[in-house]
Ligand binder design. Structure first.
Ligand SMILES: NC(=O)C1=CN([C@@H]2O[C@H](COP(=O)(O)OP(=O)(O)OC[C@H]3O[C@@H](n4cnc5c(N)ncnc54)[C@H](O)[C@@H]3O)[C@@H](O)[C@H]2O)C=CC1
Ligand SMILES: O=C(O)[C@@H]1CCC=N1
Length: 268
């Protein structure tokens, strides 16, 4: 159980995924979580679905919590910080905004206890997220524990230098969207070849999940695992040939590069 009260400023998609994972894992009691959002529909959904406290006023939420998660869009960050900057004095701040740097936040808040930059992803909702954290070496052991347990409750956590956070954003932050497209495309292929949609979608999603588990649990190079599927003169190598003709590797690498560059732009 987390021993800190948490305020999420911004109750959108990513806050929902984090809150959902936190509540499901029982890492935090819903009463200790508060989320703010100007949209009544968002507040109502978060309150009814997870039993957390909700509000409209960022200042009130900040004053009542110790750990503040900045979960608004990067474009909304200047307005939020000019509103609550002074109230953030003494608080542990975690920003999940793409591109926004610790230095940029530090210029806009009065005397925070610490600022941690985090990049989670939406599979946090089902506790299969992955979060990269960038924090200063002088972050207290208690604050490291609090931030790590927030994100470990919803998946795995890696520590990176802050300069790598845009690349993380391009890969795992945005990555679930690429994988959803891949699952949809696999299912479409199955439907094209005559499978019912529901069967095709199940086969596609479980294939992605199983392949990912093999990489993580066996620790083997993906190329080796790929070779084990491809029989000489068989079906798989025929499919792999088409992926190479279509430029799948270059296309996926270019997607990570484009999203990384966009994250860098958002931080300027
Ligand atoms: N969606 C994702 O997969 C990920 C998003 N992020 C980051 O998380 C942040 C939020 O992204 P999403 O949840 O996708 O966006 P979203 O648009 O779903 O959520 C943002 C929420 O903030 C609310 N909001 C706007 N102005 C506000 C204010 N002044 N005070 C309080 N709330 C306000 C909006 O009404 C909205 O509900 C962004 O900075 C994004 O870069 C990070 C990792 C993954
Ligand atoms: O698309 C975005 O800007 C956010 C950041 C990472 C995932 N979604």
């Amino acid at each position: 159980m987390m021993n800190k009260s948490i305020a999420f400023l911004g109750g959108g998609q990513m806050a929902e995924a984090l809150i959902g994972g936190l509540v499901a894992s029982q890492a935090a009691h819903p009463e200790t979580i508060c989320a703010t959002d100007p949209m009544a529909a968002r507040r109502d959904l978060l309150k009814s679905r997870f039993g957390i406290r909700v509000g409209e006023k960022n200042g009130t939420a900040v004053r009542e919590a110790d750990l503040i998660v900045l979960a608004v869009k990067p474009q909304a960050m200047p307005a939020v910080l000019s509103d609550v900057g002074p109230a953030l004095s003494g608080k542990l701040i975690v920003s999940i905004a793409a591109g926004v740097t610790v230095a940029w936040i530090r210029e806009r808040v009065a005397q925070p206890r610490a600022i941690v930059r985090a990049m989670p992803n939406t599979p946090a909702l089902v506790r299969e997220g992955v979060t990269a954290l960038a924090y200063q070496p002088d972050l207290s052991a208690d604050d490291v524990r609090a931030v790590r347990s927030l994100f470990e409750a919803v998946g795995s956590v890696v520590a990176v230098e802050e300069r790598l956070m845009d690349a993380v954003t391009g890969l795992s932050g945005s990555g679930p969207a690429y994988v959803f497209v891949a699952i949809e495309a696999l299912a479409d292929g199955g439907v094209k070849m005559g499978l019912p949609r529901a069967t095709a979608q199940l086969l596609a999603a479980q294939t992605v999940l199983g392949a990912a588990r093999m990489v993580l649990e066996r620790g083997e190079h993906p190329a080796r695992l790929k070779d084990q599927v491809a029989s000489p003169g068989g079906t798989t190598i025929a499919g792999l040939h088409q992926l190479e003709v279509g430029g799948m590797r270059g296309c996926v690498m270019a997607a990570v590069e484009a999203a990384t560059k966009r994250s860098q732009e958002l931080g300027r």
